[in-house]
Design a protein around this ligand. Structure first.
Ligand SMILES: Cc1cc2nc3c(=O)[nH]c(=O)nc-3n(C[C@H](O)[C@H](O)[C@H](O)COP(=O)(O)O)c2cc1C
Length: 133
């Protein structure tokens, strides 16, 4: 069973979808779980070693990612709503993401765990992101 349904060009996540990815300190993907790969339309092999902006959607304001990076580099947890591109750029999906730092073997990594946002949360994020650059 798929972890999303299709509504036009949007992939709407199911309640059960749980998308996980991990990056190194430069934002290069070191891990992606099956749900993340399925939603984004990539295989694990295509994602590992690539910068995480591979899924960046042009509607996302730079300010959101600046805040994300500043927060996790301080050692804190960032939460926010993110619109991501599916491979090929013709479809997209929204997530509610929690991103936090992980220290492993003396190295810094960052983990993002994502679930389906509510329709209201998506609507507010669309309105907010239109006001940001
Ligand atoms: C753990 C982690 C997960 C991230 N997940 C995403 C994501 O799902 N989508 C996205 O566009 N950027 C994500 N980013 C932010 C990217 O690293 C990048 O800053 C962003 O895509 C903006 O691209 P740019 O820095 O080239 O402008 C993530 C960063 C971290 C540390």
């Amino acid at each position: 069973m798929s972890i999303y349904s299709v509504n036009g060009t949007e992939r709407v996540l199911s309640e059960y979808a749980f998308l996980v990815s991990e990056t190194d300190e430069k934002g290069v993907i070191v891990f992606a779980n099956d749900d993340f790969c399925e939603a984004a339309g990539y295989t694990t092999q295509e994602l590992i070693g690539k910068p995480h902006n591979i899924v960046r959607h042009p509607d996302m304001p730079k300010a959101a990612f600046k805040d994300l990076w500043e927060t996790v580099k301080r050692g804190e947890t960032w939460t926010g709503f993110v619109k991501n591109n599916v491979k090929g750029g013709r479809e997209f999906y929204w997530v509610y993401a929690t991103v936090y730092p992980v220290l492993r073997d003396g190295k810094h990594y960052y983990m993002s765990c994502r679930k389906k946002p509510t329709a209201d949360e998506v609507a507010s994020s669309i309105a907010l992101y239109k006001t940001l650059v």
